[in-house]
Design a protein around this ligand. Structure first.
Ligand code: GDP
Length: 281
């Protein structure tokens, strides 16, 4: 998805659409990027969805540090938020998501049955910032052959329910939320993972942020990828970036070298990593 510049008008529209759609769903699937479970969360999400039951789905877990992913799931649970991690490119199963959703909504569904209401599919909407993987997950969850369930009252014109399983239906239009730009670190984490690709953050700043971060948490990966010596690793971040620039054969084009480093990291060439750390929570 193309980068969206978020102006107040866009935010107002996103909020209005989400509010309309919330009326017709039982549960919200809030997608966050497993590498940045904090930075990729919309700052207003709790206020926006209020009391609606919600499941945090950590996408791109194939790119994230598995240990930190486990820690994050625990951290979310501590906040009373059920959470799961998925790799939408490989192993996402409709069954698992349906089962978890049913267990979150068990009381509500039981209540309805006891009141004599007919058993019905659960309805969900996926929400998240651009590029977090909403469309990919939706496509994965939906059985394409029998995808469209048809118009239903209450759904904004043009929107459809898509059948995921006999027990789960998804709104075909995901809710697009804006990321937070509250502090520099969050912005750099978003830029490093490719969540935002605009010019708000200078490449060399993001590259320096990345070097500092990898030295702190994944020094071995950095060392291996760029064949760094002990001497290299005592250099300042700036000097290390200069060294890498030369090593890449880019003379003194730090911007290009920064882009190269960032791209390597985004593509997973330095291995799996999680920028937002639970221990800093
Ligand atoms: P949306 O803007 O939220 O709808 O995001 P998309 O579904 O378009 O996904 C953005 C990018 O992330 C695409 O290049 C997807 O292939 C990629 N992507 C989505 N989910 C995953 C995942 O679980 N693992 C990996 N490695 N890539 C993913």
């Amino acid at each position: 998805m193309a980068t969206i510049q978020w102006f107040p008008g866009h935010m107002a529209k996103a909020i209005r659409q989400l509010e309309e759609n919330l009326h017709v769903v039982d549960i919200v699937f809030e997608l966050v990027d497993a590498r940045i479970p904090q930075a990729s969360r919309n700052p207003e999400i709790e206020r926006l969805i209020k009391e609606k039951p919600h499941l945090v789905i950590m996408t791109k877990s194939d790119l994230a540090d598995p240990e930190e992913t486990t820690n994050w799931i625990k951290a979310f649970k501590k906040q009373g938020l059920p959470a799961i991690a998925v790799d939408s490119k490989a192993n996402i199963t409709t069954k698992t998501i349906t089962r978890i959703t049913q267990s979150i909504l068990a009381d509500k569904l039981d209540n309805e049955l006891q009141k004599g209401l007919k058993e019905r599919p659960i309805r969900a909407i996926t929400v998240g910032i651009p590029n977090v993987g909403k469309s990919t997950l939706l496509n994965r969850l939906v059985n394409k052959r029998a995808a469209q369930v048809g118009d239903r009252p209450g759904v904004t014109k043009g929107q459809q329910w898509l059948r995921s399983s006999s027990k789960l239906q998804l709104l075909d239009t995901p809710g697009i939320l804006w990321p937070k730009f509250e502090d520099e670190r969050t912005g750099q984490a978003l830029a490093l993972t490719g969540a935002i690709k605009d010019q708000r953050f200078a490449s060399d700043d993001v590259a320096l942020f990345a070097l500092k971060f990898f030295r702190a948490y994944y020094e071995g990966a950095l060392r291996k990828r760029y064949k760094l010596t002990d001497d290299d690793l005592v250099l300042s971040d700036v000097d290390l970036l200069l060294k890498l620039t030369k090593q890449f054969g880019m003379k003194d084009d730090y911007d290009r070298a920064s882009d190269r480093l960032i791209l390597d990291i985004r593509k997973g060439k330095l291995g799996r990593y999680t920028v937002d750390r639970t221990e800093e929570e």
